[in-house]
Design a protein around this ligand. Structure first.
Ligand code: ADP
Ligand code: MG
Length: 381
């Protein structure tokens, strides 16, 4: 692969999307001396408050995209649903990483699962459903009981329905407005893990330590690092994620979610073409964070060390925590090893990601126990 000229501190970087991931990218980039422009249609986007400039416009507004290209030396993305066509338009003018093609794969579960399988990596058995006529006993026999997932625009368990029969698939498909879906076999999970990695424009890959993820209601709740899985399982997960990044010719920070089955097999669940919620522990527990790596990869600079400095547990702070009023921040901060990250969102709605706490401790079990204590004291228990 051709080496690119590095974009040095002092330059201006752009980010498509102004959510919390964009905000943390802004913080990392500014810490390294870059200026950052955020493009997001929301006036109160969390990243806009931190950025040097905010282009408040739709993601497919051609004038805004051209303006972003004029102001920036390179552009990255913080969420996968940025129209790939917008990234292509930017890429005709300036450096864009990850590429529109890589983002397009992650935007569509049909393309994504097919790409992963074609790369020779294990995925859960799935059936592609374009229309109701595709719902037949032959096609779906191997994937029931299953989970019906919309091909596009699903996140945090949204756009998913558990189904146990063909009739249930038909009903759920109609309920999802008949948009293209995949029906995935429901598998028996021993645990879920993720590998967050960075890949440079020179093809170098640096993987962060494997995280063990616990979800509640389809939303990530806790990540424990190092994952409490065998060394062989962890090595397999890292190997699979690395293969995938290389097959995608990926440049930037990539999140790879994997299933560890009860029979020991490791399957890829999905990928995120951006920093990942399960990689937030890297802000406090590794030499470089996933956001540092995103900046470095985008700028064509050497990637940093992903080495773990301390076992850690990341606890997501959901809006639900505000049900009984403002969480008890002083009590949480009194816990040794806890570091608080809040995204500056005004409305604490249930199911909304408001922030996270990273808790460092002597080992993974102690970090998990300490994170549970933080959760309890925040809620005033
Ligand atoms: P999202 O884009 O919403 O994160 P995922 O496909 O990752 O969608 O699904 C969310 C969660 O639902 C997963 O992390 C896992 O806990 C559970 N899940 C998804 N697919 C399966 C499956 N095929 N079998 C068992 N559990 C699943
Ligand atoms: Mg997921």
């Amino acid at each position: 692969m051709t080496a690119v000229l590095p974009i040095l501190p002092g330059a201006t970087l752009g980010v498509m999307g102004g959510g919390q991931l964009g905000r943390m990218f802004v913080h990392a980039a500014q810490a390294m001396g870059y200026r950052v422009v955020v493009l997001d249609p929301a006036a109160d986007a969390p990243a806009a408050a931190a950025a040097d400039e905010h282009l408040c416009a739709a993601y497919d507004d051609p004038a805004a995209l051209d303006e972003l290209a004029r102001r920036c030396a390179a552009v990255t993305t913080e969420f996968e649903n940025v129209p790939a066509e917008s990234l292509r338009r930017l890429a005709r003018q300036i450096r864009v990483a990850p590429s529109a093609d890589a983002v397009a794969v992650a935007q569509d579960r049909i393309l994504e699962k097919t790409f992963i399988r074609d790369a020779g990596l294990g995925v859960v058995p799935f059936t592609v459903l374009h229309t109701a006529a595709d719902i037949t006993a032959d096609a779906c026999g191997n994937t029931l009981p299953g989970i019906l997932k919309t091909a596009r625009l699903g996140y945090d368990g949204k756009g998913q329905v558990e189904v146990n029969s063909l009739d249930a698939v038909r009903e759920a498909f109609a309920g999802l407005q008949g948009v293209p879906c995949i029906l995935e076999q429901r598998v028996d999970l021993a645990c879920e893990v993720s590998v967050v990695l960075a890949r440079g424009s020179d093809g170098a890959v640096r993987c962060f330590p494997v995280g063990e993820n616990r979800h509640v209601g389809g939303i990530l709740d806790i990540t424990v690092v190092p994952a409490r899985v065998s060394a062989a399982t962890a090595a397999t997960a890292v190997d699979m994620a690395t293969q995938l990044a290389t097959a995608l010719d990926y440049v930037g920070t990539l999140g790879v979610e994997l299933f560890v089955l009860r029979d020991g097999r490791v399957l890829v669940n999905e990928i995120a073409p951006r920093p990942h919620n399960s990689g937030h522990f890297t802000q406090d527990a590794t030499v470089c964070s996933q956001f540092d790596q995103q900046v470095r990869a985008l700028c064509g600079l050497p990637l940093g060390s992903p080495a773990l400095l301390s076992p850690v547990t990341m606890l997501n702070l959901m809006g639900d925590l505000w049900a009984r009023g403002t969480p008890n921040w002083p009590a949480a901060l009194a816990q040794d090893g806890a570091r608080l990250h809040l995204y500056g969102k005004k409305d604490a709605r249930p199911g909304r990601k408001m922030g996270h706490v990273n808790v460092l401790a002597a080992d993974a079990d102690a970090a998990l126990a300490a994170a549970e204590t933080v959760r309890a004291v925040l809620a005033g228990d």
